[in-house]
Design a binder for this molecule. Structure first.
Ligand code: ADP
Length: 264
């Protein structure tokens, strides 16, 4: 009798434990939702005043106020930086609120050309920029989110690589195994201990270079979330003093043969 009572107690106890765990998890999910909404709302509210401030600052002709030129320039740079942070926070909130991406055809040849143009504009002739488009494949997903992910990797490579370095964009893969877009650079590299945390929001190895070159500290968090929507992995290989390679690895479900019109 005593042993039956004991085992019934134990069953009740396990059920209670399960109930507590379920309640705990749903509380965490609710808190995470509140955090996400808060960030999205604050970013949205900051957008308009920042646009107004930046607009007025740009309208002031520094030639009329030579004594204020330096001050106006700095205010303008800082308001642009705040605008970039707000836009990145909004992008991140949008990505976090989505479960999956759309499954549109993303013409890779055109996307790579756009990325090369962006890299050249940002580099302004300071780097060697290479393109190796080794497949006849397109991607399936959201063109906007994939562009945003790839473009963040390209802009990091240009921003962190000193003048004279090389930046290479590659697209490899096949229909059976999937595809891989990678950006490699000959920049400073990232120490192994930083790599596991590098995609966290606002995590930076060196603050100064990031700020100097217009970084918001949100780029790799955006990359990670945009790739997760496509069930893609971000692979990071780096060697200090040699350079870094970021690869986005897509499974075969997100890959399609390139259409003839897209290759011409
Ligand atoms: P940021 O706006 O600071 O560049 P990111 O999220 O894009 O923010 O990157 C996080 C940090 O990772 C950067 O501050 C930098 O320290 C490091 N990092 C990113 N890309 C590279 C790269 N190609 N080479 C060296 N370090 C990099």
């Amino acid at each position: 009798d005593a042993s039956i009572r004991l085992s019934m107690r134990m069953v009740e106890y396990t059920q209670l434990q399960r109930l507590l765990i379920v309640r705990d998890i749903s509380r965490l999910i609710r808190l995470e939702q509140v955090r996400r909404d808060f960030v999205a709302n604050v970013s949205h509210e900051l957008r308009t005043p920042l646009t107004v401030i930046h607009g007025y600052l740009s309208a002031i002709d520094a030639d009329d106020h030579p004594e204020l030129a330096e001050l106006l320039g700095e205010m303008s740079r800082q308001s642009e930086r705040m605008q970039r942070i707000v836009e990145d926070l909004l992008t991140l909130s949008r990505l976090e609120s989505q479960q999956t991406s759309t499954q549109e055809r993303v013409p890779v040849a055109a996307l790579l050309q756009t990325l090369i143009r962006e890299a050249e504009a940002l580099s302004a002739g300071r780097h060697h920029i290479e393109l190796h488009d080794n497949t006849q494949l397109d991607l399936l997903g959201s063109p906007k989110e994939l562009h945003s992910a790839f473009s963040n990797l390209v802009s990091n490579a240009v921003r962190y690589t000193p003048a004279g370095g090389t930046i290479a964009l590659r697209f490899d893969g096949d229909r059976q195994r999937g595809a891989c877009f990678s950006v490699s650079d000959t920049g400073p590299g990232i120490a192994a201990e930083h790599i596991p945390r590098i995609t966290e929001r606002f995590y930076r190895v060196s603050n100064s270079r990031s700020r100097e070159t217009g970084g918001t500290g949100l780029g790799l968090a955006i990359v990670k979330h945009a790739l997760a929507l496509h069930s893609a992995q971000l692979d990071i290989r780096s060697e200090l003093g040699k350079g870094t390679q970021f690869s986005c690895v897509f499974d075969p479900q997100h890959v399609a043969e390139r259409q003839p019109s897209a290759t011409t």
